[in-house]
Design a protein around this ligand. Structure first.
Ligand code: AMP
Ligand code: ZN
Length: 454
């Protein structure tokens, strides 16, 4: 079954056809590294990782770029407010560079814990100023820009297809406008370059043909994606919040420069919500991955939790739901760990699995299929089939973890082994119960007792 994905451009599931026969290029809007990424942000990267793994499963080579926004993202998406990185530097009494490096390294760590394949390139906006200035110059030459007191703006009325992907009703927006326009000619116009006001105060600013300042948030993604993937590439991902402004502006700038379609497939991950509301960093976020870990969860519990809902549906988070996902995931993993290799793989289940994941990343169905396989008494090739499926799930289903057994538990285990040798079954059972009351389960195998954390 061919891979089908939902394209926000057409609002349809479409058969995926890459530009080059076996190579796929993906750009994912990366984090603004002024604070920890919360688990909502991380849901977006789990989604792009599963997409990438499905492409690999289908035999494609994948080139993946995730950018790092370390300048230019203002507190308001309407080109107003403070630069988030500069504000964090002030608050934490650090340099902008220290701030971005710190949160970038935490982000990288989180991706690793979540088994997310790291991108081929993660360009930083502050290291691509020349490319961004280059694009703005081209836009200027082509008559798409104008200057105001605070920067160089993109004139959206000059780009006829502006807002097409987001299905923006431009006239309606203009009529109902509630935000201040400043010197902007149209409500939807956006900054390509902002002037430092006054120069010498910001930590990150650069000289440009228009004056000292810094790039707008949208131009960075056009500059870096085109630099590393070409003027036109296959897939662009991001959270659903990016559809109406950020991605709409990326399309306008890029297509105005090149005169051709920028990206073939736009894919958007739905939000993680809490009590029905969007979780956002600017409102303090919800949990970070480390916070979940401190509460006794594993990163992969969260990955499993995300896989059980379609990436296109909002997912409402609660600790209770995560606990239940953790239990199911651990059960799944425990069953997989007991599987024995019979030298085959199960073609039918693999085919069903392939159909599910190729149907717009239907991980919900794919998870049901692995459970069905494990429960199927007659199915052959379970181990190899699980191994293949886990290339997409990336849940370490077959990786045995070496758990550290505390001393007191180890002596209970030893005592119980002795009791079993003495055929004192009552004492052995009592000791097993005691061990389990500490949160460990014991199973007796031919190689001796195997202990797992419950
Ligand atoms: P940011 O660091 O704010 O630029 O966001 C990084 C990524 O997380 C972007 O792709 C956002 O669209 C996405 N994102 C932000 N909030 C959420 C959320 N609550 N659920 C899922 N994705 C989100
Ligand atoms: Zn972006």
């Amino acid at each position: 079954m061919p891979l089908k994905i939902y394209n926000t451009l057409t609002r349809k599931k479409q058969v995926f056809t890459p530009i080059k026969k076996s190579h796929v290029s993906i750009y994912s809007c990366g984090p603004t590294v002024y604070w920890y990424q919360h688990i909502g942000n991380l849901r977006s990267y789990i989604f792009s990782d599963v997409l990438k793994r499905i492409l690999l499963f289908n035999g494609y080579n994948v080139r993946h770029v995730i950018n790092i926004t370390d300048v230019g993202h203002l507190t308001s998406d309407a080109d107003e407010g403070e630069d988030k990185i500069e504000a964090a530097a002030k608050k934490e009494h650090k340099t902008a560079h220290q701030i971005s490096e710190h949160y970038f390294s935490v982000f990288k760590n989180d991706l690793g814990k979540l088994n997310i394949i790291l991108p081929d390139v993660w360009p930083k906006a502050s290291e691509h100023i020349e490319e961004q200035i280059g694009l703005i110059e081209e836009l200027e030459e082509k008559g798409y820009t104008y200057k105001t007191a605070d920067g160089i703006y993109f004139n959206t009325s000059k780009f006829k297809k502006y807002g097409k992907m987001a299905r923006l009703n431009i006239k309606g927006l203009q009529a109902g406008k509630r935000v201040s326009m400043g010197d902007k000619k149209n409500l939807t116009d956006f900054a390509l370059w902002k002037f430092s006001d006054p120069p010498g105060v910001r930590q990150q600013e650069w000289d440009s043909p228009w004056g000292i300042g810094f790039p707008g948030w949208h131009i960075e993604c056009s500059a870096m994606s085109m630099k590393y993937l070409g003027d036109k590439f296959d897939i662009h991902t991001g959270g659903e919040d990016h559809i109406s402004v950020h991605h709409t502006n990326e399309i306008a700038q890029s297509e105005a420069v090149t005169g051709k379609p920028f990206v073939n497939y736009w894919m958007h991950g739905a939000f993680l919500t809490f009590k029905g509301e969007k979780i956002s960093k600017s409102k303090g976020g919800l949990y970070t991955l480390s916070e979940l870990e401190n509460m006794g969860f594993n990163a992969l519990d969260y990955r499993y939790f995300c896989l059980t809902t379609s990436y296109r549906k909002q997912l409402d988070f609660s600790i209770e739901k995560l606990k239940s996902a953790k239990n199911t995931y651990e059960r799944l993993k425990n069953i997989c760990q007991e599987l024995k290799d019979d030298g085959s793989e199960n073609k039918k289940y693999l085919e069903d699995f392939g159909k599910a994941v190729n149907d717009d990343i239907n991980t919900v169905k794919a998870v049901q299929i692995i459970w069905k396989l494990l429960r199927d008494q007659k199915a052959n090739g379970k181990l190899e089939t699980v191994r293949k499926m886990d290339e997409v799930f990336a849940l370490n289903l077959l990786i045995k973890e070496h758990i550290k057994i505390p001393k007191n538990i180890q002596s209970l285990i030893d005592e119980r082994e002795q009791a079993r040798k003495n055929k004192n079954w009552r004492l052995a059972d009592e000791l097993r119960d005691k061990i389990s009351s500490y949160g460990y389960t014991l199973s007796d195998t031919t190689e001796g007792p195997v202990v797992k954390k419950t």
